[in-house]
Structures are given as structure tokens and as C-alpha cells.
Ligand binder design. Sequence first.
Ligand code: CAA
Length: 258
Amino acid sequence: MENISFEKRDNVAILKISRPKFLNALNSETLRELEMAIDDIQKDKDIYALVITGEGNKAFVAGADIKEMSNMSVFEAREFSILGNRVFRKIEGLEIPTIAAVNGYALGGGCELSLCCDIRIASENAKFGQPEVTLGITPGFGGTQRLARIIGTSRAKELIFTGRMIDAKEAEKIGLVNKVVPQESLMDEVMDLANSIAKNAPLAVRMCKVAINRGIDVDIETGIQYEAEIFAHCFSTEDQKDAMAAFLEKRKIDKFKN
Ligand code: CAA
């Protein structure tokens, strides 16, 4: 792959968007590569968490590629948005937890990429924004939908209507990022977080994510019924038996299996 690098550290995968000359802007080729990488990750049962970040220390992703978009026809723009949305839905739909390590500008499609991850950790130099209206367009990779779900409609509308860029501190204050850390310790902090997730029972973690994501789209009664199903399902796993026995016998278990 030209524009994506992929690495596995134990049970954690790290995907890096790598077009530093263009501040990691997402063109169609990069989106297609990202999709292939996500499809591979989806099939790999030994990956328990995914980290997405950008190459260099200036940008996470500075948006969809403006050069590529500048001459698009209406038809091509629709295809481009469909492609981006399909890839981002795949990321959102991964059962394993995903963490965006936001190492700089996360603008437009870059902010949207971070939004389809479960958790966002930002370095102090990170900047977020949906500047599309300053380019005569709307967000095209889910920004009008996910931003409001994460920070609330009023704040999302303000950011999208103005195109204003916010710094990492403000992003943390409004709940857009979980934590802000010094630039030099970003990847260490993110890997610690990913490893602290990956050491837990993988099936239980995946079920929790699916339940939370499904629950947001349904009424509470349906969501709670689903939770009862997955809770019961865990009792068919070796991990539940081993972990509970270990607790009662006051010993630690080595590694979860399921
Ligand atoms: N697309 C294509 N190229 C981009 C880019 C983008 N989104 N963002 C930056 N680049 C390129 C620049 O054109 C420049 O290339 P050249 O050296 O060949 O001129 C290179 O990356 C470095 O960028 P700058 O010189 O502009 O760097 P800077 O430090 O002065 O500014 C910045 C940084 C504020 C992030 C600025 O680059 C910028 O405003 N970028 C565009 C951000 C943006 O509007 N993103 C939203 C795109 S629309 C979108 O994403 C729609 C959607 O939802 C699908």
C-alpha cells in the first residue's frame, strides 16, 4: 500500500495514514487502501484493538483531498462521499475497540475519521474542525451525523456552521476528545490504553462495543434485552469460567482465550 502503513504489536494493530506531503489528506486511493486494511483487520481474530493515527507530527488527517475534489462532477462527488462513508462505516462497525491517536490537524474528513473511532486521544498540538462550508461544501464523510451524536447538536451546529478550528483543550472540554497528552507521549499513552483494553476478555469487550453502538439507535427496552442476551452468551465461554474461578481461588489468570 502506498498511503497506509500497518503494524501489529501483540494484539494491537496500528494503522497510519501516510501522505505527509499533503498533511495525510484522504484521496480516493487512500480511502480504498484504508478499506482493504480494515477488511483484513476484520478477519484477523488475533487483533483485539485498533489504533488509527497520521504520519508525522503535524497532521492526523487534514481532510479529504481538496485537489482531487476541486474538479469533481456531481456524480463523482456522490461516489467519493459514498466511498468515504462506506469505509468509515466499516471502521465504526468493527467489533474491536478503535482509538484515534490525533497527532495534529484533524479537519473535515480527518475530524470525521476520528469520529468513527470509539475513543479519541489528542496531542496538545491537535486541532479539530469541519471547515467544509468555507470551501462551499458540506461535510461528506459523516460529520453532520456523528459530530452531533458525540458533542450534541448545538455545539456540532456551531462548529459546522462556522467552520471554526478548535484546539485540543477545547475539544476535550466539549467532549470531542477523551484526553489530551503531550505530543511526545501520545503513542505511548495510546498504546497503554489499547493494551489495557486488549488484556481483557476479547469476546466480552467486543460484545460491550456492539451493545453500546446498537443501544444508541434503539429504545432502552430493546437495548436492555440485547444486553441480557450478550450477558448470557458470555457464560458459554471458557474465559468466564476461568476468570470467575481465578477470582474465587484468589489467583490471577495468564491470558484470556475467547
Ligand atoms: N487536501 C489536499 N491537500 C492538502 C490538504 C487537503 N485537505 N490539506 C493540506 N494539503 C496540502 C497543501 O495543499 C500543501 O501542499 P503544497 O505544499 O503542495 O502546497 C501541503 O498539504 C501543506 O499544507 P499547507 O502549506 O497549507 O500547510 P499550513 O501549515 O500552512 O496549513 C492547514 C495547514 C491549516 C491544515 C491547511 O493545509 C488547510 O487549511 N488544509 C485544508 C483543510 C480543510 O479544509 N480540510 C477539509 C477538506 S473538505 C473535506 O474534508 C470534505 C469531507 O468531509 C469529505
